[in-house]
Design a protein around this ligand. Structure first.
Ligand code: BYC
Length: 483
């Protein structure tokens, strides 16, 4: 019998979707594969393609033991297609089809909408790999280098996950879209990636950690919403992707946390009480806390933009159709149709920030963004606990949601991180106090020197508390010398 928990390795593409019995899709994916490998080699991690990296590979979808750790050369990573097991008798948990059996095939009337969401989701995965491709050259340790590559190969697998859905359920136009996912490129003038944050540079490792904390967390929220989908194959795909996503946010949270920790320790050791003595702190070879706050401000605001407009008919239509739900939809205590419900939405009106009750159906993006902000705030609290423990007097904060926005109601507004509305000129004059300046970028870049000895860490970041897969401190996560 076909076993949907364990992964079959009898085709070139490991999978638990019975690919060997589905010649059409198998052939289509095998045709797509060489283009993917070319993309990985040309636009994936720069260098290190021939090195052995200690990576986890998904070998099952059993929550208790889905991964295996071993050394592998990245181009030989077994990118597989894995769907969480089908839930017997699952019904559509929201929208106008609430309570009807979940769809196993694409409903004709929602085909275009579904394809669009799958393509957008798919587009972000290779984009992030492209954004991070040059970071290997400046990794602060072999541990961090390995984590970067782990994140990268899994984003590659998430691309495969969306490409599978396109090939399996969307025929010729699905094939075209799958090819397009390898043609657009992060930051390209002619064919950029689809969403704003995925065309920004990730210039240094602090940006990488902020990205994996804030932007991967948008990924989590979006995947959670798609995991509610009435289209069961999408739901199952996203559910398994979320298992891997947790590690990406761990990399971000602990990466920023270790940076903060090292800065505070260096300040205490040097007897510097005032976190705003920036030059003195920088002279210690660590990143001052106000600059870390500026990086936080930037990545938080770029990630807020990924939720789309606060009031959105696209989002209302997707919810009504049963295609994209809310965060933890099945745990919400309401009618799951939102016919008469309202939701408080932030609006920029006549130069003021107001909270207005709107039909909940059109405020789906706003609600998800609120859930996201709450989730992100938890991490910031944990960073502040690190600072407090060292005795340094400083608190990281999430800036006001109207600050530095490019999408939605606040796009034309000029608002400070504290939520004060300013003129464009006054805002521009304050910009470098709130967001990383060119000089901040140069300083951080000056610290980005690779540390390649097992167990050693660059001076600006503290070592992790525990190793990956419980490995000892001096474990050689990437074998740099025997490629
Ligand atoms: N940049 O009605 P609206 C991840 C467009 S991250 C550029 O508000 P909607 C990951 C929008 O497309 C998660 N354009 O849109 C993380 C629309 O254009 P059209 C990725 C934007 O649909 C780290 C127009 O503005 N997954 O997985 O309600 C590493 C009107 O907007 C942006 C998803 O996003 C933007 N930021 O909301 C690796 C899930 N925002 O169609 C991976 C799928 C909006 O009128 N996507 N626009 O030409 C969606 O659910 C929705 O498309 C969005 C936008 C939430 C993104």
């Amino acid at each position: 019998m076909f076993d949907a928990t364990n992964v079959s390795y009898d085709t070139q593409i490991p999978n638990n979707v019975g690919l060997s019995g589905d010649r059409r899709v198998l052939k289509a994916l095998e045709r797509w594969h060489p283009g993917y490998i070319d993309w990985w080699k040309n636009l994936g991690p720069e260098g290190f393609q021939e090195h052995m990296v200690y990576l986890r590979t998904a070998v099952s979808v059993d929550p208790k033991g889905w991964a295996r750790f071993d050394y592998v050369k990245m181009p030989e990573y077994r990118w597989g297609i894995l769907l969480a097991p089908q839930v017997e008798g699952r019904t559509i948990p929201f929208g106008q089809h609430y309570g009807e059996p979940a769809w196993q095939e694409v409903p004709g009337e929602y085909r275009a909408m579904l394809r669009r969401l799958i393509v957008i989701q798919g587009d972000t995965e290779p984009a992030s790999v492209e954004q991070q491709r040059h970071l290997g050259a400046t990794a602060p340790s072999l541990y961090d280098l390995r984590n970067l590559f782990q994140v990268n190969v899994e984003e590659g697998r998430h691309l495969w996950a969306m490409v599978y859905l396109l090939h399996k359920y969307f025929g010729a136009d699905g094939r075209e879209e799958a090819d397009g996912l390898l043609q657009r490129q992060s930051g390209s003038a002619e064919a950029p990636r689809m969403l704003g944050a995925f065309n920004e540079a990730t210039p240094d490792w602090l940006s990488f950690f902020m990205f994996t904390f804030f932007t991967d967390r948008d990924g989590k929220m979006q995947l959670e919403s798609l995991a509610q989908s009435g289209f069961d194959p999408l739901s199952r795909t996203c559910r398994f992707m979320l298992t891997e996503e947790a590690h990406h946010m761990f990399v971000g949270e602990t990466g920023v946390g270790r940076t903060i920790q090292r800065t505070c320790e260096a300040m205490v050791q040097a007897g510097i009480d005032d976190p705003y003595e920036i030059e003195k702190v920088r002279a210690l070879g660590v990143i001052d806390l106000p600059t870390i706050q500026k990086k936080l401000n930037l990545h938080f605001t770029l990630s807020l933009d990924l939720f789309g407009a606060e009031v959105s008919t696209n989002a209302a239509n997707a919810f009504n159709a049963g295609i994209k739900g809310r965060y933890q939809e099945t745990k919400i205590d309401d009618d799951h149709k939102l016919t008469d419900a309202t939701y408080p939405v932030a609006e920029f009106r006549d130069g003021r920030i107001e909270i207005v009750d709107m039909p909940a159906l059109s405020a789906i993006n706003m609600r998800l963004r609120d859930d996201y902000v709450r989730d992100a705030a938890g991490g910031v609290k944990r960073w502040n606990a690190i600072i407090a423990k060292t005795g340094v007097n400083f608190e990281m904060t999430l800036p006001h949601e109207a600050f530095n926005r490019k999408i939605g109601t606040f796009a034309p507004a000029h608002v400070t991180p504290a939520g004060e509305v300013l003129s464009a000129d006054a805002w521009n004059a304050g910009r470098d106090e709130w967001l990383p300046s060119a000089a901040d970028g140069e300083f951080i870049a000056s610290l980005m020197k690779p540390e390649t000895e097992p167990g050693k860490y660059a001076g600006w970041i503290a070592p992790p508390k525990i190793g990956i897969d419980n490995k000892p401190g001096d474990f050689e996560y990437v074998k740099l010398h025997d490629a």
